[in-house]
Design a protein around this ligand. Sequence first.
Ligand code: FES
Length: 367
Amino acid sequence: MADDNWTDIGAVDALSAQPLQRIKIKSAALAVSFKDGQFGVVSNTCNHAGGPLGEGHLDGDYITCPWHQWKFHRCSGLGEPGFEEDRVPSYPVKIENGRVLVDLAHPTRRNSKPHPPHPLERKVERQPGPPRLAGISTTAMDAANPRFSGSDHLLMHALAEGQKLGAETKLLKLNDLKIRPCEGYYSKAAEACTWPCSITQMDAKDQMDQVYEALVHWADAIIVATPIRWGAASSLYFKMAERLNCVQNAITIKNNVLIRNKVAGFIIVGGQDNIQGVAGQMLGFFSELGFIFPQFPFIAHSRGWSSEDMEKNVTLVRDSKELAEGAAMLAQRCLQMARGLIEKDEAPVHIERGGRKAHPLDYETPR
Ligand code: FES
């Protein structure tokens, strides 16, 4: 039985069978826990990004959020030691006649202890100055025993041309950065894939922040260089691309267009073939992030299906004036377009139904 304040949320036997569960009752979403013979009831909604606490797990008397592992006391709602002020509402709970009753009208107050914002969170604003060209090298190699890389070689020509044209340039070699693979926060829930990336926010040692910084805040144009590995871009390219999901997802869930007035070009070098397939994937992906492309947005080279004499390929690429010129012209096209875009500044800040999502989204925020 329940009076005006006390709401019956279920039988003791049933609710004590699980250490933690999410219960929706009336308009309240609750995280109900049972441990050492005692029930705890707190709001289901995490203070961080709204993760469903009732779907997490218990660490002692703390509920661990399933999205990014923030912790709240299962009875008091207080944050873990050191973060007590960061608390979620907790509800009075009592047992009567084998039923669990919760006073939904008198929760404690939610309080968010402001966490210092991550530097990447700052407003995206182009700083004045000459055009800026970032080169992203995605080839993998043993740093202690480096080898010639055709894609890197052409990327250097492109960056050198950028400097000749008065641009600032920057080279990021993914091979030199310690980057954790994407751990699938989007697979938990769209809103769990945050900007800045959940891993970046949690792990100060992860160096993907350098790529985000270059792509989102610094560059006007980027050139991504990749070898072809079994008909696809390199594994480091895909490692980066998976971690860039948060940039695309910011459009989907927050209507936040992080990439504006920016140009992308590509250098693709393979031993065998599938240049067009690799280019298609890269163009599709970077268009989803918000980059736009100059006419003829990639240059490429491959020796072809029947050429297994790859050592000749090294000589060919290294000595080819045509390929070097092609890389330089790609940089010219990218920077010319970037200059025009900076001048006009017409790219949208927000976008109705961003990217592929032409129709309204039908996910329900799981609170
Ligand atoms: S830790 Fe709960 S939503 Fe991020």
